[in-house]
Design a protein around this ligand. Structure first.
Ligand SMILES: [Ca+2]
Ligand SMILES: [Ca+2]
Length: 97
């Protein structure tokens, strides 16, 4: 596996390990999204002092307005965060695997 394929598979794995917890297996509801953000994007969530951040992220991401985040919508978040990381936190991927 190449690094990029590894990253893509990892992204899919992470999404499904959270989306499968409750309700629709292929979508993240509010609680699943919150757990994913808390466990996988801890630094990002800590950096944001806004207690409503999860609700805001959910409503921003939920393009088709079904109240849940599907994989396509999730990828938009990851892509946006990756760009932000690259721009502002050059060392944010150091020490993480
Ligand atoms: Ca679900
Ligand atoms: Ca949606």
């Amino acid at each position: 596996m190449t690094n990029l394929q590894d990253a893509m598979t990892g992204l899919i794995d992470v999404f499904h390990s959270y989306s499968g917890k409750e309700g629709d297996k292929y979508k993240l509801n509010n609680q699943e999204l919150k757990t994913l953000l808390q466990e996988e994007l801890t630094d990002f969530l800590t950096a944001s002092k806004d207690p409503m951040v999860v609700e805001k992220i959910l409503s921003d991401l939920d393009e088709n307005k079904d109240g849940e985040v599907d994989f396509q919508e999730f990828v938009v978040l990851v892509a946006a965060l990756t760009v932000a990381c690259n721009d502002f936190f050059e060392d944010c991927t150091k020490g993480k695997k």
